[in-house]
Design a protein around this ligand. Structure first.
Ligand code: ZN
Length: 181
């Protein structure tokens, strides 16, 4: 396995739509190896998720996992989920603002409005169809990661940029965690 290089905001690959995969492509050794590399890269950088665009590949694949993540210490756990060819449908008109970060926008946080419940139809890494209902934080991460596959970054979804914060200032003023002085 390999840790992949993560594209940062400004790289055109983050602004391009990713392409769907056939079931044969999903099951190919190359794609399986790429998925393993995505998982390893997400874990290495403590991401809650990672989309293929972020590692310079325009395929509709993203991986999600939150297990005691130091970047999101209060987040509920989400088991490892591999999402391929996703279609996301809102299940409510309720929208909630919450803090998000992104490995492609390092050391920044911003408040992003998201649907609180979505239906996710996709394929898993075996190529099987998956149809799940996700709520709250899982729904937020799904919306963030599947946006990447459309060339959309979380800052595009912010109502305005007034909450956009550097990590240290976010910890100090938004979370109220102060460094010992
Ligand atoms: Zn991201």
């Amino acid at each position: 396995m390999a840790i992949l290089k993560v594209a940062r905001l400004g790289h055109p690959v983050l602004r391009m739509p990713a392409q769907p995969l056939t079931v044969d492509e999903i099951r190919s050794p190359d794609t399986q190896r790429f998925i393993d590399d995505m998982i390893e890269t997400m874990r290495e950088y403590d991401g809650a998720g990672l989309a293929a665009n972020q590692v310079h590949t325009l395929k509709q694949i993203c991986v999600i996992e939150v297990l005691g993540n130091p970047r999101y210490p209060d987040a509920p756990h989400i088991p490892l989920t591999v999402v391929i060819n996703p279609v996301v449908t809102p299940l409510t008109e309720e929208i909630e603002e919450g803090w998000e970060g992104c490995l492609s926008v390092p050391d920044m946080r911003g408040r992003v409005p998201r649907y609180t419940a979505v239906r996710l139809e996709c394929r898993n890494r075996e190529g099987d169809k998956v149809d799940v209902v996700a709520k709250e934080f899982f729904a937020r991460v799904i919306q963030h990661e599947t946006d990447h596959l459309k060339g959309i970054v979380y800052v595009d979804r912010m109502r305005d940029l007034s909450s956009l914060s550097h990590l240290a200032e976010w910890q100090k003023y938004a979370l109220g965690i102060r460094e010992p002085e």
